[in-house]
Design a protein. Structure first.
Length: 285
């Protein structure tokens, strides 16, 4: 009986050996062809990089970014890309000339860093044409309202760069995540710009819109406020054109009072009890 099954067993072994050989040959051929395809792809990719320098630059940037992400993951660090996305800052040298002029001038006048100012200026120039407002008007309102302090707040509840009444315009902040966005510079700028646009449309003029804008915070100061904003806008328009405009640092009421007291003190030091200058007597007298 064993002899009867021997030819069948031998045929099975032969079939398996043939099958294994064919699989190995097929795998070798596929691997060989795949390596050839990879080699050809790499060759053509190198040729493309040598012909197109811009592709080489993009590839290098992508590779460096990937390596940086891998390194941050290994070290347990937050990716720098996320931090940069949250940063409200722009290099003023990357702005158009008009905006760059404004960034440096406003930085000196209001004593704030030019990089975050540049981001705000770029935002004003983006949203201004969309809603029909002059970008310099938006910047002038920010200058007069807060001096570009995104955390400014008045006793009546006006908050942020544009000093928007947050309680009155809660609905406008919903798209930014809630009323706490009033202290986000870009969100406050956008909401303030829309509020200002609405006031101007209702009033029929820029001056009338500015009066309505400030009335919610300081009804008694409408006239002075409009004059300040319009004067600041006129200066900003000149700066944007590249003209040299003197920088006069803003003076607060406290600074003005202190300067006045110092001036009076100096005058008092130079006066005699009889009201004459306390100067050395002339030897000839």
């Amino acid at each position: 009986m064993l002899a009867r099954f021997t030819p069948w067993f031998e045929r099975l072994k032969l079939g398996l050996r043939t099958f294994a050989h064919d699989v190995a040959q097929g795998f070798f051929a596929i691997s060989h062809n795949s390596m050839a395809v990879v080699g050809l792809s790499a060759f053509f990719f190198v040729v493309a990089l040598s012909v197109r320098p811009d592709l080489r630059t993009i590839t290098e940037a992508k590779l460096i970014s990937w390596l940086q992400e891998r390194q941050d993951e290994e070290l347990g660090l937050e990716t720098t890309a996320d931090a940069l996305d949250r940063a409200t800052a722009t290099d003023p040298r990357e702005l158009p000339k008009q905006q760059s002029h404004l960034a440096y001038w406003l930085s000196k006048k209001y004593r704030v860093a030019p990089q975050p100012l540049s981001a705000l200026i770029a935002e004003a120039y983006d949203i201004g044409p969309v809603i029909g407002l002059e970008p310099t008007l938006i910047l002038a309102v920010m200058a007069v309202e807060s001096g570009f302090n995104p955390f400014a707040q008045t006793h009546v509840g006006a908050q942020g760069l544009m000093q928007v009444m947050t309680s009155t315009h809660q609905d406008k902040y919903q798209g930014f995540g809630g009323t706490l966005a009033a202290f986000d510079p870009v969100a406050n700028l956008r909401v303030g710009a829309y509020v200002l646009r609405d006031h101007i449309q209702r009033a029929g003029s820029v001056q009338g819109g500015l009066k309505m804008y400030v009335a919610a915070v300081n009804p008694q100061g409408e006239g002075a406020y409009v004059g300040k904003v319009m004067s600041e806008q006129a200066r900003l328009q000149q700066v944007a054109k590249g003209l040299k405009v003197p920088i006069t640092s803003p003076t607060t009421a406290t600074e003005a009072a202190t300067a006045r007291l110092e001036s009076l003190w100096e005058k008092a030091q130079n006066l005699t009890p009889f009201g004459k200058d306390n100067a050395d007597p002339d030897p000839a007298d």
